[in-house]
Every structure is written in C-alpha cells, then in structure tokens.
Design a binder for this molecule. Structure first.
Ligand SMILES: [Zn+2]
Length: 313
C-alpha cells in the first residue's frame, strides 16, 4: 500500500456527524464544567484541582475522528478502527515554590507556606506510550493505523495567562512512509531501553516511552494537526473557537504536517541544513521536506544505560 491509501481513514467506520457542534458541547460539559467545580472545591480543601483527562480525551478523539470507541475500557481499541489515543494535559499541573519547595496550586499567586511569589510553574506534561513485549511492539507496528495525540495547554503560558486554554489533536499514521520515524523511535525504545532495563532489573517495570508535545522527536514523526481550538476566559464567560478541523473522512495524505519551530534545532543540525539547502536562514520554514535532511537524535535511537559500569564485576 502507498501512503495515499494508508492515510485514508476508513469511511465505513465514520458514524458521528455534526462534529464541531458536538465537540463544543463536549468541552463545555466534560472539561469546563468539571474544572470550574474542581476549582471551587480546591479553594476549600486546598487539594489539587487537577482532573485527569484520559477518558475525556478518548471521547474527544471519537468526536474529532467521527469514529466510536469500542467501549470496553482497558482492553480493546481506543477507536473502532484500531487507532490509539494518547492524551496529556498541561492544565492545572501542580507548581512548586522555588523558595521552600512547597507544592503550590496553579491558581495561587503566593506560596501558602512562606509567602514567596517565586513559583516554578510546571509545563512539562507528556504522552506516555508503553511497549512491554514483542507482541505489543508488533501490534503497534502492524495493527494500529494511527496514533491520535491530544494535548491541552495554555497558549499564553509564558505570559502567566491561565485563563485561555488550547486543545490540539495530532495524528501519526504508523505505517506511512511519512511517519516512519515514529516506529524507529518506538522500536529503539523497546530494544535499547525497555529490554536493557529488564535485563538489569527483571522485577522493575521500566518507564514507558515519553513523547513531549512541541519537542524535536515529535516533529520528526511528521504529526498532522487535525484539530485546534482555543477557549478564551475558560474560568468564566468562556468562548470556544475551533480554529482548525480536518473532517473525519478527509484523506490525510496531502495535508501538511506541523512546522517545527526553529529554536529546536541544535547547532549541528542548523549547520547541516545550511550546507544542504540554498539560501537557508532562520526564516526558512522547517517543514516536512526540509526535516527530511535531519535525523532522529542519538538520544531517540540508542540511549545508553548510564551506570552500566557497576554491573561489570
Ligand atoms: Zn514557599
């Protein structure tokens, strides 16, 4: 099969329509309303208002792709065509006081313990992809048509604006030539990290593969953005604006993948591109074509286990 056929969602399995309306309604019911309640109670209990969005993420993925789940929960496919859904949320992560190391809520301006306003705001949520056996690796490679990555974050995090929320969805079509780095990365995680850890300590389950939104390895898998919405003023008179939505039935083959931000390039990668591409400069868009000159970094291919030495004797 060529990429054109590979990247065509299975039309027979698309059953949900009126998607944009449903998505807005869902965000209202399942993300904004619970979040408002959580914040109300958090003020009283001083417990985290962080709501895990794992399952809401799967609902959202169904509404975006127009395909239902298989409803059985843990086993079974997240989406009826076999797609896997990974969610991560940067909303309401707990923060830390730089002065006394107390955990501080996102909405709290001063540390409740020492009064310091020097708060480390965490913004490092990631997707977790476990591969724990040859069979799981085989299923990932052969039976999963796409991974759907959802991320909820603050688009104006740098400005300390925690009122506007952004939700984005990306697709990686596992078997396509365009997304081939994804399999390379997962296979190397399994062989070079997972199995090596098991070899050293059979009783401990190694951490799953981490994939960070907006980082170099993720861009190198050529993710295609299928959905983006901005919720302004999420804690009050919110407004939900869908600014990008690829229809469920659309073939993904001709859709551009995300442009990589320039500041993710290392010096070596910059120099490599400069040597290959005429007129290359820091205004050049790092699109899929240009990224073809780049490779996954060593850290994504073969991570050496640090501390091997002590096991030699
Ligand atoms: Zn403090």
């Amino acid at each position: 099969m060529n990429d054109f056929d590979i990247m065509q969602p299975n039309l027979n399995l698309i059953e949900i329509d009126n998607n944009e309306e449903l998505i807005k309604e869902f965000i209202k019911d399942m993300i904004l309303a619970p979040s408002l309640s959580a914040h109300k109670w958090s003020k009283i209990t001083n417990q985290t208002p962080n709501l895990k969005i794992g399952y809401p993420g799967q609902h959202l993925a169904s509404l975006i792709t127009g395909m239902k789940g298989s409803a059985t929960g843990a086993r079974g496919n997240d989406i009826i065509d076999g797609s896997e859904v990974k969610s991560c949320s940067k909303i309401d992560q707990s923060d830390k006081c730089n002065n006394c190391k107390t955990t501080v809520l996102r909405t709290t301006i001063k540390c409740p313990n020492c009064g310091s306003t020097d708060i480390k705001r965490n913004n490092d949520s990631k997707w977790l992809i476990p591969v724990r056996s040859e069979d799981e690796l085989r299923m990932l490679k052969e039976e999963t048509p796409r991974f759907i990555f959802l991320v909820t974050d603050y688009p104006k995090f740098e400005e300390n604006n925690y009122n506007d929320i952004r939700i984005r969805a990306f697709e990686i079509w596992v078997k396509s030539e365009r997304c081939k780095n994804f399999i390379v990365m997962m296979e190397s995680y399994y062989r070079n990290i997972f199995l090596k850890h098991i070899e050293r300590n059979p009783n401990k389950t190694p951490a799953p593969k981490n994939l960070f939104p907006d980082n170099y390895p993720f861009y190198m898998c050529n993710p295609i953005k299928t959905f983006e919405c901005i919720i302004t003023n999420a804690m009050k008179d919110y407004e939900i604006n869908i600014i990008k939505y690829i229809q469920p039935n659309a073939n993904r083959y001709n859709i551009e993948s995300e442009i990589m931000p320039f500041n993710l390039l290392s010096i070596n990668e910059y120099n490599l591109l400069k040597s290959k591409i005429p007129n290359f400069n820091n205004k050049t868009l790092l699109n899929e074509k240009i990224r073809n000159y780049l490779s996954l970094r060593d850290t994504d291919k073969q991570i050496k286990i640090i501390g091997n030495k002590k096991h030699k004797n």
